[in-house]
Structures are given as structure tokens and as C-alpha cells.
Write a protein that binds this ligand. Sequence first.
Ligand SMILES: [Zn+2]
Ligand SMILES: [Zn+2]
Length: 825
Amino acid sequence: MQEKYNFSEIEKKWQKTWEIEQDFKTAEDYDKEKYYVLEMFPYPSGKLHMGHVRNYSIGDVIARFKTMNGLNVLHPMGWDSFGLPAENAAIKNNIHPDIWTTKNIKEMKKQLNQLGLSYDWDREVATCKEDYYKWMQWIFIQFHKKGLAYKKENPVNWCSSCQTVLANEQVVDGCCERCKTPVGKKNLSQWYFKITDYADRLLDNLDKLDGWPNKVKTMQKNWIGKSTGAEVDFEIENFDKKMRIFTTRPDTLFGVTYMVLAPEHPYVKELTDGTKYEADVKEYISSVEHLSEIERSSTTKEKTGIFIGAKAINPVNGKNVPIYISDYVMMDYGTGAIMAVPAHDERDFEFATKFGLEIIPVVDTNDENIDIENLKEAFVAEGKMINSGAYDGMNNKEAIEKIIADLENKGIAEKTTNYKLRDWLISRQRYWGTPIPMIYCDKCGWVPEKEENLPVKLPTDVEFTGKGESPLITSKTFGDTVCPVCGGKATREMDTMDTFLDSSWYYLRYCDARNESEIFDKKKVNYWMNVDQYIGGVEHAILHLLYARFFEMVLYDLNLVDYEEPFKNLLTQGMVNKDGKKMSKSLGNVVSPEEILQKYGADTARLFILFAAPPDKELDWSETGVEGSFRFLNRVYRLVHEYITEIKDESWNSEIKINSKDDKELNYVLNATIKKVTEDAGGRFNFNTAISSIMELVNELYKYKEIEIKNIPLMDKAVKELIIVLSPFVPHIAEEMWEGVGETKRLCKVKWPKYDEEALVKDTVEIVVQINGKVKEKLALENNTNKEVMIETALNNDKIEKLVEGKEVIKVIAVPNKLVNLVVK
Ligand SMILES: [Zn+2]
Ligand SMILES: [Zn+2]
């Protein structure tokens, strides 16, 4: 151990040692308890950013901590390496996506190793490699066999910039989630996964995920959007078909004052063709055609619509109400038609107010401040039924069930459940993705490729023209093939898979990454799964985390895995900001990990990030904070160096006896620190407070170093255990100091220290003295002082004596180690 903390040399030295010694290689050990810690794998853009550094540092502390606590830890890393950026780079720089991606992976892997992350690289996966996407195709075929993959023509979300379709989950605020271009609609024949079949399970299982943040569960719940209600038939005047609507509020049927059809509803044409309304209706439809679902359902958008000249008949009271069309009603939610109750629905209220339509309240409020006959806004809370014939006076929640039952008896309603969740559109019109292993034959239709012919390889004879069409179409070798069923001439599917499929099961492949004969060995997967701790950004709350849960459930149903849920505990780490704003190129506030690594080293970067904020909170980057972390590491290094060169002597190996008051204090701080770090790193992940307590131990050791008669065996223990508890956070400097104090076994394999509860009992405790329940004084008393002595000490205290002077003490209560309360009059 050199005198100066030369981080660059030290970090290189230990990274090399760990690699040569294969310290992070993991094997199945079926008798040993396992722990699977996983960080969301990155897209290989070529450069790590601070968000990555934070994500992986958190995971690394957990992995190292669990290993030192005797668990068999799986901590893998890989690459979500298909996707558009590689294809765009290919167009721009005339370089094949595979070359661009492979180069980026190499570069990023180097950066990950520079951070000292304890990955088992033997399990590395890259989704763009044949040995991965072969099994992706295999999974697709299993889904297809199960009836969960189908092709259908539908109006789909289309990003004109990415030149591809998008899943509903990829449309954020009406724009492409990736490039922010406003998303349009296009009629295309596309592949879908039937995630809707799993809607109830995806919803119900959320209750079992105790280790997930509530906000993520709520987001998934809202996205699935289950609502129960009834479908009710309304007759239409002078029209032979009935209008079926879906409502979650059958209790408000008597308050219906108009009806709305989605502009796409097939009745619209039938009801208006050849009428005086036809032209205006057509004009309205064309004015809303281009709007996305999100724009249409936006609550801030002004409501638009038009009367189509027809009237419906309310089945509960025979009243005629006008039929409108409006874009706030979607064709693919419910039946594409609604009954409108402006008194009790916000959107309907807004629409009715704008178009001067009647507002009839049918649920009364108990709130005196609301005039139910002259509502200023829709009343949506519970209440008593009014204006509703036989149902008047009932609670409206009870009325829902009663009305549904009555209408069901008459054959005009049906109790139903609706979901917002749609089937997952999974095909993309791009090249750099897993080819969909489906073949079209004129005779047999769509049939899957034979499993023994997998992988269907991505051809290399393609042109990247940047002209919009998928480069796959330009291949002369890819499209033509033979039908796996009849042997006739057939063509391959030209679309590739959404990359969110690749990331829906990568955590399973890590369990058996090099398996060539099957997707994975079931025994291995069942040993490692499920993931004990998953760590990633909250932006994946709906997309990735919902899709992965869906995949795991299907694979469970296919009897490939024994767990229905992939991730037992989820930690969503906070963002890394600078000056209160998210680091971004456009704001010019990006701090690159490279820069920090060069100036201070990986240990400082890790320490700062882990110390600056709890993992799930936002972190504000601060240069002074980084310098502070660097100074602290220097301080620890100096302490250990001085200890081994100036203090340590032969007596260090003897038995530890606690003699003096100073010994006792050091022993107390040491054990308190171990306890704190064990609890914080082991479950709560409050790394910031764990590091604070380590800092206190360092201060205590500096103090102890200055006293005259030192207890060398105790100090030795304290120095060594300090190094151990520091090591998950700053592994390089810790290994160096560990070697410095004369240890030969590598620190990453050392057992975590235990704390001694007895040492944590302090000699003196603070008790408070209260007068009539108010704290007036604090006393330092010997631990476990009995009640009598406590009361005597309190009464003899100068301040208390003065306060009770001339008053009568009528009662005294003492709680050992806590308080004395005097009741005076
Ligand atoms: Zn886009
Ligand atoms: Zn055929």
C-alpha cells in the first residue's frame, strides 16, 4: 500500500485481478440459498450516462453485500441491442448496424468494468445475436401455437419519422415515445399479442407484489383500466337496429339527455346517408380523423361534436333523446357508443353545456353547498337516487345492481366488464430487429417456420436508403421461401419484432445463457428465479414491466417456468439532475461519467452517487459533493496507511479486551456502524445513511489514534471491519487497504462482520423530566437506573426544584431509561 491514494493505479489493478481470478463468476449451487439482483440492461448507444452509473452502482452494492452475507448471487449484464438508432446510424454513416452495435457494446463494456461492477460476464446476452433471437423466434412460435399471436388489419399508430407503427404504450401525449413526432393513424395489417387475455391476471397479481412501489402498481392498474358496468340496448326512432352502449353508471339511466356515437361507428353512415345532415357529418368526421386516441381523450381539449338527426329511446322511461357524434367516444372502447348523463359525468357536462343540452340530476348530494338543480359541474360522488321512478330514495351504489338485474330480466341489458388495455401490436417495419418467423403461403395462409430451421436469420444483403421502406424489402435472398406445410412457393414476413419483446424475457436467458439446445434449462431457471431485486427507471412502469409480467405468465402457462411473476422486489431509482433539472444535451448540463472517472476515479463516483440521496429519490449532481467524496476516501486511505505504518505492532493478534472508556466508545461506534450498514444495505437500501455512519466510524478512529494508550487488537478489528463495510460501495480502494492490512484473501469473498448487541448498550442514557407532561429538563443517568433513583435525581435537580417551588407534587411517574413526569398543582 503506497502512501498516496493513487486511484487510477489501484482501480486498474483490482479490476484486472477480479477478472483473472474470475471472482464474479456464478454457478448453480442447489444446496445454497440464491439471490438474483438485476439491473435493467442498456441499449448500447456507445456511451454510459449518469443514470446508468446510478442504476448499476445500486445493483452492485446489493450484489456485493449479499455475496459477503453468504448468498449465491447472480448478477448478470447484457444488451438490449436491436432498435432504430443502429439503423439510423447505418443510414447516416453507411455502416452496418451489426458493426455499429458490436463496437458500441465493446466500448460500454469497457466503461462498466471501469466502474468496478461485479458482473458475471459469462452470462452476457445481446438480443441482436443469433443465439438470442433464435429463442425469441421460438417463443413467438409458442405464442402463435397457443393462439396468442395473430395478424389483423386495423387503424394503427404510425410514426412518420421512425417510419414504423407503434404500440399504444409507445404513444406518449400523442407523440412517438422515442422521437417525439406526433403520431398519426394508418390502416395496416399487423401482428398482435393477445395480452388482453391476461388482463385480469395482470391486474389481480399486482396485489401480491408487496415488494413493488405503489406508484408503479397504480400506473399498471390504470393502464389495464378495468371497469365493470352494463351494456344496455336503446332503440332508435325509425331505425330497425338497436344502439348498444356500455356504462359503468347504470344508476344514472334516468338522467340520460343525449347519446353519443364514435365518429367511426357503422351506424353513423346508415343513419345519415341521404339526409340533410350527411354533408356536415362527413365534414366533422374528416376533421377528427387524424387525431390520436390520446388527443381525443384529453380532458383539456375542448369538446366537439355534431347532431346527426336521429333520436334514441331511453328504455327506462321511454324518453326520446338526440344522438350526436363526438371524438371523445372511441370505437374500440366499450361498444363505441355511450349514453350521456351530464349531471353526473364531467365530459358529458362539458359537452351538454357547450351544446345547450338538458341536465337532469338523478343522484342527490348531502352537501348543502351544492345546488343539485343548478349544477356548476358534474356531481360524481355517491348519494341518494332522485328523479328515478321506483328507485328514488335508494343509495345509488345499490341501485346499480338493482337496475342491471331489472333490465337483464327484460332482456335489454347485460352485466359486463371493460378494459382499457388493448392487444399488443408487436410488428415493426424496420430491419434491425428479430425477424418474425412466419411464412405466407397462398394455400395454407400464415404458418410458422419449422422450429428446427430457426433462427430465421437477418439477411446482410440489404440497402439502407433512408427512403422510408424497410431495408429488409431490398434483400434478394430473404423473402422467397417454401411453405413449411405444403412445400409450395411462399414468402416470409417482412416485418420484425418490437424490441420490447426481446427485453421481456432476457432475465430468464441469463439463468442459462449459453444453452444451445433449448431456451434454458428449467432446473436452472427455477433455481435462480424469480429476480429478488430488480432495479431500473420508473419510465418503464408500463411498457417493459407490464410486458415482462405478461411473458412470464405465458411461459408459466407453457410450463417452462415455475414462477408466475418475474420480479419479486422492484426499486425504481430516481433521476440524476444537475441544477435541479434532468441532465440533457439540450440544456447543456450533462456530466459524463468518463470525465469523473478520469478526474476522481470510479470509487469516488460511486460513493458520491450512493451518498447524495436515497436510491429512489432524485439526485442533484454537485461538484462540491464529488470533491467531498474524494476527500473522504483520501481520509480513510490516510488513516489505514498511518495505522499500518505507525501504530500496528505485534500485539494486534491477541485477544480483544475492552479496558478504558475510549475503548468502550470506539467499540460502541464500530458496532453501531456495522449494525446500521447491515440494515441499510441489506433491505432498506438507504445507502446514504449507511455511508454517514461509516464516516462517523472514521472520525472515531482518528480520535482514538491520538490517545496515549491504544488497544491495538481492538483498533485492528475496527480498521479491518471499517474496510469490509466500506467495500460494497467503494470496492477498489477497499481491496487495496485490505491487502495493506496484511490480508491475503480477496475482500469480495470475505464474510460480512457481525455486530455485538452488548457493545451497543451505552453506559449512560438520556432521560427527560416532564412537569405536567411538558419536557423541562434532560438528565444523563446510568443505564437501567431504578425508578427511585430516577425520581430522586429529578427532584434534586436545580432547575426542577425551582419550577416546583411552592407547588404540590401530587403524583410522580417514572419510566426507566426514558422519563420522569411530575404532576403538580
Ligand atoms: Zn418516432
Ligand atoms: Zn402451404
